[in-house]
Design a protein around this ligand. Structure first.
Ligand code: UD1
Length: 352
């Protein structure tokens, strides 16, 4: 293959995690280089820098430093910034991940310049239009040229919207990383349990950060009350996203007796999930990782983009009365999603 440059647009914690898997494979391919553009959406070291170091992602070649503001402001500023870089660099394709404002801005900027858009984690739907992510996903899928789906449900969602060409079921890059990390099983990870004086299987881990769960004090209060009631039975360590912490301070809500923690690294989180007896979360990624590691999970939402996790019996929606009977977890691929993505992308680019 002749020398090609791809641009990867990332901006948030889950995107650094997902992009690390494809980036690792891309680095092995001669004739392709990756230009990593960071929008700046997540800027705290604990949500950004730590992942670049730990997951050995090359440092971004460009950081637009765009964070905060309303959705429209943030997305609009990103669109302008990304377009400026695209006009200078003219990459062969732009890779975007997931469903954040950074995903939408990257995809839209590229599509308007007729640069092929590659969407990793295409086809996910919650069918809840109150989530900003749902708009980001739908629009990104409809303007993408190459769509990589983590599950067969995602492929069916795209078909239902009339998107069928260049759609590939490859499996989930987060599954690739979860099994890879569990295999490494570094002993130093134990220190995260020591930090909180916790023993394996004697605690639960929780996270909440979704806009619809934390901006309305009634919803946030209801979730907190539930977690506090659960914490009477067993310690719960809650890993706080900066925005959740801001909202708790703003509404002056007490978290007692929950154990509070700032964000942790990918490996520390993986170890916490594997050591916990239960996970409570509104994160898309965490509910899957809990299932991958066979830790029961309660998803603090009324729907999920990952019905396979519910069907496996390892995940349940908060208000669902019970877990379904346990089955083996299938449908997330064979742990080689990133290799399949890169192989398909290379043949797409050489055909084009
Ligand atoms: C974003 C994504 C969401 C994803 C999540 C992962 C969108 C619409 N949402 O939500 O899909 O699941 O990332 O975490 O793109 N903040 C900090 N420090 C940071 C980053 C953010 O203090 O490093 C603050 C911001 O200033 C803002 C708030 O947290 O006040 C929300 O940040 P925002 O970037 O809107 O998104 P997330 O809630 O993280």
């Amino acid at each position: 293959m002749t020398d090609l440059e791809l641009m990867t647009v990332v901006g948030t914690r889950p995107q650094f995690i997902k992009a690390s898997t494809v980036s690792r494979v891309l680095r092995k391919i001669s004739g392709i280089s990756e230009f990593m553009l960071h929008t700046g959406q997540h800027f705290d070291e604990s949500l950004s820098g730590v992942f670049f170091d730990e997951l050995e992602i090359p440092p971004p070649r460009c950081n637009l430093g765009i964070a905060g503001g309303s959705h429209g402001q943030m997305t609009g500023r990103m669109l302008e910034g990304i377009e400026r870089v695209l006009l200078k660099t003219r990459p062969a394709a732009v890779l975007v991940y997931g469903d954040t404002n950074s995903t939408l801005a990257g995809a839209l900027a590229a599509a308007k310049l007729h640069i092929p858009v590659v969407h990793v984690e295409a086809g996910l739907r919650s069918f809840n239009n109150k989530m900003p992510e749902e708009h980001n996903r739908r629009i990104t899928d409809h303007i993408s040229n190459l769509l990589f789906c983590p599950t067969e449900t995602a492929v069916r969602n795209l078909m239902a919207e009339g998107i069928s060409s260049d759609v590939h079921y490859v499996g989930d890059v987060m599954y690739d990383l979860a099994i890879h990390t569990a295999r490494e099983a570094a002993t130093s990870e134990n220190s995260i349990l020591e930090r909180f004086s916790l023993n394996r299987n004697e605690f639960s881990v929780a996270t909440i950060h979704r806009e619809e769960n934390i901006t309305d004090v009634t919803v946030l209060g209801e979730i907190l009350a539930y977690l506090k009631a659960m914490a009477r039975e067993q310690h719960i360590v809650i890993i706080l996203h900066p925005r959740t912490r801001k909202m708790l301070d703003h509404y002056e809500l007490s978290c007692e007796p929950l154990i509070l923690s700032p964000p942790v690294s990918y490996r520390e989180m993986s170890y916490l999930i594997r050591s916990a007896s239960h996970v409570y979360t509104d994160s898309g990624g965490l509910q899957k990782e809990a299932c991958f590691h066979r830790t029961p999970c309660t998803t603090l939402r009324s729907e999920t983009e990952w019905p396979e996790t519910i069907e496996s019996g390892w995940n349940r929606l908060w208000k669902q009365p019970a877990f379904l009977p346990r089955r083996s977890i299938t449908g997330f691929g064979d742990g080689n999603a990133a290799d399949k993505i890169v192989a398909t992308l290379c043949s797409y680019l050489s055909d084009g």
